[in-house]
Unconditional design. Structure first.
Ligand code: GAP
Length: 577
């Protein structure tokens, strides 16, 4: 616990905002709210005059998606701050560039985090690519010709609304800067209150309103607050709303669009001609390779192209640890279908495929839910979109989305490149631009959800301890190997031999000879290792070893040393749903 306390102040290094359980609907993540042209948030601002109107209507849409109330007490024994601390203590995730104080929105995965993340990606690839005959893989470049992002609309439209405080030089996401007019019972105004959304806006703004009234020595109460965000503020209101940084009105600017793509310069000159972008999604790399992949792999529709890779978004306010960062990874599939196919049925199949995958890698089903986007919440091109949401300790939020995107992307690239992206139906005269179903999952959000699901606490001999219940298919260390005593060379030799044998079979195992067996078990439980094998004196007689399961510690089995590999192989299979 001492170590934990020492680490807690560093939680802010992770860009962590720690909200209390929300008392009002949580804001959907950007993509939930605006599947812009490419499943991304998108504030299309064709003219400045329509900007605020556009922001306001988008903003209303954001709030139209009520979130399940979070019963964190019932679901969780740990809060986000605890998780951040645990991730650091146990070698899962560190702030990037920590010796320089960290870098907001960027993270480094430590030794165990790297293993867990790699296993997640491997399992996804196995299930979505290797286990299906209608999906093939791709690995496209992070930086590509800017024509791609121009055609896709990201250059013009991939924005969030931003507000500046000219006094403090701080920047806020306009849709996260909440405010309310404090209207007295007699209809006059006592002024305005504001805050950056943190999950408990209503309570906090009420408190601020009471304080304001007290400061102004006003008798009596005020009317119920109508809470809005800065995309809903008129020019007049903007002047009266206090900046959360200074507490004073007059320094906030109106909302304006901030493009989230990171710019970079390719080649020796840094000018307009050499400007390009770090990709904000992996999807575009799939669309622009559609024709070549179809041809070289002789694919017949329906089929999908899968990709796992980094994406970058210059989030105005990265927060909630890995949930919203500036550099993250996506696992995406663009599944190309006949425009006349029953797209709803195919979308449903992909939702179930994703749902089952999430369950198989170990997410608790009780923490999963669906959120269907309908009506004006859908982007203009989208035919349907369903998110799978997960109840994190800070609220229920989008984990992944499955969108039916029509033919928009391929049409855009065909038009801009002059290259036909039509599919010729074999043996027929019929040609068409395929439509797309897109399951898109953030690796880091899944990583965080997995940690939340796996975290548990128990008590041994009156001593409380925490452990991680990872499924063997993703656990960073599959099996630990212990000699019963470290000063008995025959035991040590056999244990090291078993570790080497398992390593050569492809398992990540850990050899540990330090401390009592009980302590060694506990260390492994803490990092989520599902199995521990102990070499004891019986091993010298009959070449059997004990296997102890993390989740059933009293049931210790004996197995032949040579059978351990096959046993682990079986246990590490991704469960069939
Ligand atoms: N190609 C579609 C697309 O990119 P999106 O909803 O914007 O859609 C897909 O992103 C997934 O990527 C999200 O469901 C989420 O899991 C992950 N993601 C998006 N922005 C993220 C961020 N800033 N930090 C971490 N993960 C993010």
């Amino acid at each position: 616990m001492e170590a934990m306390a020492a680490l807690l102040p560093r939680a802010k290094d992770f860009g962590l905002a720690l909200p209390a359980p929300p008392t009002r609907p949580q804001r959907p993540s950007a993509s939930t709210a605006f599947r812009g042209s490419f499943g991304l948030r998108c504030f299309a601002l064709p003219a400045v005059a329509s900007f605020l109107t556009s922001l306001r209507s988008q903003s209303r849409r954001r709030f139209s998606a009520p979130r399940r109330a979070v019963n964190t007490d019932a679901e969780y024994k740990i809060d986000l701050e605890g998780l951040v601390s645990l991730c650091k203590r146990r070698g899962f995730v560190f702030p990037s560039g920590e010796i320089y104080g960290g870098y907001n929105g960027f993270f480094d995965y430590g030794p165990l985090g790297a293993e867990l993340k790699n296993n997640l990606k491997r399992m996804w690839w196995r299930k979505m690519v290797h286990c299906r005959d209608d999906v093939i893989g791709l690995d496209s470049s992070i930086v590509t010709t800017p024509s791609v992002h121009q055609a896709s609309g990201h250059v013009d439209n991939f924005s969030d609304p931003m507000v500046d405080c000219t006094e403090s030089k701080k920047r806020f996401r306009a849709d996260q800067l909440m405010w309310a007019k404090v209207e007295l019972e007699d209809g006059t105004s006592a002024g305005y209150v504001s805050m950056v959304e943190d999950g408990n806006v209503e309570v906090a703004l009420k408190k601020a309103a009471k304080k304001l009234i007290k400061q102004k020595k006003i008798e009596g109460g005020f009317k119920e607050l109508e809470i809005k965000d800065m995309t809903d503020a008129t020019e007049e209101e903007v002047k009266l709303i206090p900046s959360p940084a200074t507490g004073l009105p007059g320094s906030l600017t109106g909302a304006r669009a901030f493009n989230l793509m990171f710019e970079t310069y390719v080649g020796p000159y840094s000018d307009g001609a050499s400007k390009s972008y770090l990709r904000p999604e992996t999807a575009q790399g799939i669309f622009v390779n559609f024709k070549t992949v179809t041809y070289v792999m002789r694919q017949k529709i329906p089929f999908g192209i899968a990709q796992i890779g980094k994406a970058f978004r210059n989030e105005i306010t990265p927060r909630q640890f890995l949930f919203r960062s500036r550099e993250f990874e996506q696992m995406e599939i663009e599944y190309f279908i006949d425009p006349e196919a029953d797209f709803k049925a195919i979308q449903e199949e992909w939702i179930m495929e994703m749902w089952n995958f999430l369950k198989a890698v170990g997410l608790k089903e009780s923490l999963l839910d669906r959120e269907v986007h309908e009506g004006e919440k859908l982007a203009h091109y989208a035919r349907a979109c369903t998110d799978i949401v997960f109840t994190y300790p800070f609220g229920t939020q989008e984990l992944l989305g499955v969108a039916a995107r029509g033919e928009y992307d391929l049409q855009q690239h065909a038009q801009a490149s002059g290259e036909s992206l039509e599919y010729q139906v074999p043996g027929q005269k019929r040609k068409f631009v395929p439509h797309v179903i897109e399951p898109s999952c953030g690796v880091d959000r899944l990583f965080l959800a997995l940690l939340c699901s796996a975290y548990d606490e128990d008590e041994i001999d009156g001593e409380k301890r925490s452990l991680l219940r990872f499924h063997p298919c993703v656990a960073p260390i599959t099996c630990a190997i212990f000699p019963l005593l470290k000063n008995k060379p025959p035991l040590v030799e056999k244990a090291k031999g078993l570790a080497a044998m398992l390593r050569s079979s492809g398992f990540n195992v850990l050899y540990d000879e330090a401390g009592t067996i009980g302590k060694r078990y506990r260390r492994m439980d803490e990092v989520g290792t599902p199995f521990c094998c102990t070499i004891d004196f019986d091993t010298l007689e009959d070449d059997t070893v004990t296997i102890r399961r993390r989740d059933d510690p009293l049931k210790v089995e004996r197995k032949k040393r040579e059978d351990i590999g096959a046993f682990l192989m079986k246990e590490c299979q991704l469960p069939e749903q």
